[in-house]
Design a protein around this ligand. Sequence first.
Ligand code: ATP
Ligand code: MG
Length: 457
Amino acid sequence: MDLKACVLVVDDEAGIRESLERMLGRAGYEVCLAANGSEALDVLRRRKVNVMLTDLVMPRMTGMDLLKASRAVVPDTEVVLMTAYGTVDAAVEAMREGAYDFITKPLKRAVILKSVEKALERQALVLENQALRAELTGARQHGAIIGQSLALRRTLDIVNQAAPSTATVLVLGESGTGKELLARAIHRGSPRSRKPFVAVNCSALPESIIEAELFGYEKGAFTGAVASREGRFASADGGTLFLDEVGELPQHIQVKLLRVLQEGEVERLGGRSVRVDNRLVAATNKNLAEEVAAGRFREDLYYRLNVIAVHVPPLRERLDDVPLLAEYFLQKYAQKNAKPVIGFSALAMDLLCGYHWPGNVRELENVVERAVVLSRGDVLGEEDLPPEIHGKPGGNGRSVTIPIGTPLDEVERRVIHETLRHTGGDKRLAAQLLGIATRTVYRKLEGEKVAKERGAK
Ligand SMILES: Nc1ncnc2c1ncn2[C@@H]1O[C@H](COP(=O)(O)OP(=O)(O)OP(=O)(O)O)[C@@H](O)[C@H]1O
Ligand SMILES: [Mg+2]
């Protein structure tokens, strides 16, 4: 895909903006214009800009301030400063703050084009290095558990402690939270890591064959048993057997499983007992204690399985893991689909961080995969997200995520709207929650309407 590089020109003089627009447009760049620093930040927040060419001396926000702000908000954008007062001091300071280059007015066409071209080269190199690094870490961390939230770290502490032992581990958590991923990590971290990890999904197997699958059978044990077969317990001998959705096991299998756990022997259907050596990890998204209380799950088996319990927190309780996970999945699927996608727009990330993720990490992975596959640009925007996430910042209704660099009046607007959504549009209640007068809420909303109408004209 050959995307035109985008150059943002920032200058308070209209004449300079226009001549640069013409010159850069002819050179094949896509050009955006801004008359001052805040307009420029607006553009930077909204779209991907490769190079920003900014005047140093401007009223209100100077080029140097804009440079610092842009490094904080969009560090990948290369900045070239232009000034009529090209002193060495200013140049040195600009470079120290991360500007790529510094050119002096009067502007010369060749100098500008050269500088922009060089800035783009450097950017490509930086991004390439980043991609390479990501690829390397990605390869190294196959099955990596991504996330740094306190809640996840607590869970991982228990996983790390439990892994080297032979103790049975019960992994508990909602669907899509990463239970299987953790079960595999427990196996990898154990002395059995070179032996097999065998996963059995108890809810996927029809009741009639669970027994034969788990314990194996002899030839002729039942109609259709034309040859003998070892069960999953035997396949996992010396290694780890992962019983997924263990809460779905029918009662009569629960009895047999308990016996295996007690005696360390499995009895093949129609045959003799064989000794097996398994480390058992079980998982369920059900509340097993409740299942026991309701008489659907055997209490004795529950205690056998629940030697070490690992609770995997739902994603909505560790939303600070969302950016890392989203970036991780973005790289994974960009690579897999050979798409030149490099990141999320600030607003898209904001929406991801505000959603309540009923399907947990699996849902996030699916959302990012879909967005990458359908994307047309190199940055995923809000329009690439599905409707349930799109347009619903703070989807759990209780929090608003605001990216660094958001103007205060925008922060205020967002907080007011989210509070109103939370109160179901009740302005009086919203005002109480916000600690302001009801009429202030009306006034702010009215002000917005006026601004919008003015903008529409
Ligand atoms: N912390 C994480 N880091 C990276 N990938 C993750 C993480 N947590 C979950 N995933 C990914 O999310 C998907 C769902 O995870 P997994 O299958 O382990 O969840 P589960 O809890 O077993 O779900 P279910 O109850 O539906 O079986 C997988 O593709 C997994 O690799
Ligand atoms: Mg699973």
